[in-house]
Design a protein around this ligand. Structure first.
Ligand code: DP6
Length: 417
């Protein structure tokens, strides 16, 4: 076998947002949760991770680069994912390149990994979920692993719990499982992204001054100190998961919105019930909730659901494009951009929603009338409280990118391009 070859695979994996939250582990190392959770996968066109993995006999250690910067792989979560996927590697043959790798060879071969997020890593948008899912998925393809995506999800789970739900598109359930070794704690697809394709997702990336408590340490503190979390995991979530599955299956938006908002609010309530209390939402988050709640109430039936993860960003799910356009009008009325920000960088992703809302430029934003439901009670406008909005929709699961120009590693050297 020639010693100079490099074999690579590039994959793209979406992020996901939970509508029934995962919060709390029963096993910290294996990352086993105390309840099931359900998420919607976001369209990778707007939010995704691309990862290239390469193997070569010339590599003398495993190495990884994230957004162009080398980072350490020594953490136990990376090590566990690499160990688990290597243990399942199979024979690989590339006749064109004259490469043959046997199952046994993988134990001694090293990999290079380069990952890139098409959204700001620090914006608190579940970048680790897409990242670990993409790492495991891409390595699985490179190593000719025979396991299906559910089985791969149980490996990605050991990188970050929420990552297991990024192995599928559409709506996904992470089944908590019962086994001590975690083998039955994995993700399954409930419905694909076409099942409920009217939904429009709008994310408000909320400006925040403080660094939030990480999910990992936040949920550990909650499990150790909150009396409410037990009630949530044992009594509330099991019932909600059944109801949420029904709502998704039947495309029942009022039930879906009610459950999503209630579950987000309860997650933030158990954070507040933690000692010391954890505050993930801020004033802007609260104002967004109030805007949605007032509008939903005035319509008599929900137009929009909201959910917040471990940070102040709001994820809003509108029942259809019409509701999304009306939501964008409201959001831009309450949270207009700073005068030095242009509209095209303030609303990113699927900008066609702006057209539906009749908004072409900043003059149209200035001219927005107050939403009818707030009557005389006109609040002050809050410029600068939202950094930007992302318009997206439910999306597909991981894919392999066959176009070599999309690879992040050089095919000759296996180093970042
Ligand atoms: C609030 O998956 O980031 O987003 O398993 O410790 O890596 P670790 O935590 P992580 O927690 C996600 C928490 C959440 C809710 C959710 O995604 O279900």
């Amino acid at each position: 076998m020639a010693e100079k070859w490099v074999l690579m695979v590039t994959a793209q994996t979406p992020t996901n947002i939970a509508v029934i939250k995962y919060w709390g582990k029963r096993d910290e190392t294996l990352i086993l949760p105390i309840n099931d959770s359900i998420s919607v996968t976001l369209d990778p066109a707007h939010l995704c991770t691309t990862t290239t993995v390469a193997v070569s006999p010339a590599f003398d250690q495993d190495r990884m680069w994230l957004n162009g910067k080398e980072m350490s792989l020594s953490g136990v979560r990376y090590q566990n994912c690499l160990k688990e996927i290597r243990a399942r590697a199979c024979d690989v043959e590339d006749e064109k390149k004259g490469i043959k790798i046997t199952k046994k060879d993988w134990e001694n071969l090293h990999v290079h990994i380069a990952s890139y997020n098409n959204f700001p890593t620090a914006a608190g948008l579940a970048s680790s979920a897409a990242g670990f899912a993409c790492l495991v998925f891409a390595l699985g393809k490179l190593m000719n692993v025979k396991e299906d995506n559910s089985q791969l999800s149980a490996i990605a789970r050991q990188g970050s719990g929420s990552a297991c739900r990024s192995l599928f598109g559409g709506f996904v359930k992470w089944i908590m499982g019962k086994d001590e070794d975690g083998s039955d704690s994995l993700a399954v697809q409930l419905v694909d992204e076409k099942h409920w394709d009217e939904l429009v997702i709008i994310i408000a990336v909320v400006s925040s001054r403080q660094k939030e408590t990480s999910s990992t340490s936040g949920m550990r503190d909650t499990v150790e100190t909150s009396p409410l979390i037990q009630h949530r995991a044992k009594e509330v979530v099991p019932k909600r998961v059944v109801q949420m599955e029904e709502a998704i299956k039947n495309r029942d938006f009022p039930a879906f919105a009610h459950l999503s908002c209630a579950d987000s609010n309860q997650f933030h309530a158990v954070c507040l019930d933690t000692t010391p209390p954890i505050f993930y939402m801020n004033d802007t988050s609260h104002r967004i909730i109030s805007c949605v709640e007032k509008w939903n109430r005035s319509e008599g039936t929900p137009q929009v659901a909201y959910t917040f993860d471990a940070g102040p960003n709001a994820v809003m799910i509108a029942r259809n494009r019409k509701a999304a356009a009306l939501l964008v009008q409201r959001l831009l009325f309450y949270f207009p951009p700073n005068s030095d920000t242009d509209l095209s960088s303030y609303v990113i992703g699927d900008k066609s929603i702006l057209g539906d809302a009749g908004i072409k430029d900043l003059n149209d934003v200035e001219a927005l009338p107050p939403p009818p439901e707030i009557k005389d009670n006109i609040p002050t406008k809050n410029k600068g409280d939202v950094s930007y909005f992302i318009c997206t929709r439910p999306g597909r699961g991981p894919v392999v990118l066959t176009d070599e120009s999309q690879a992040l590693l050089n095919p000759e050297t296996g180093l970042p391009k």
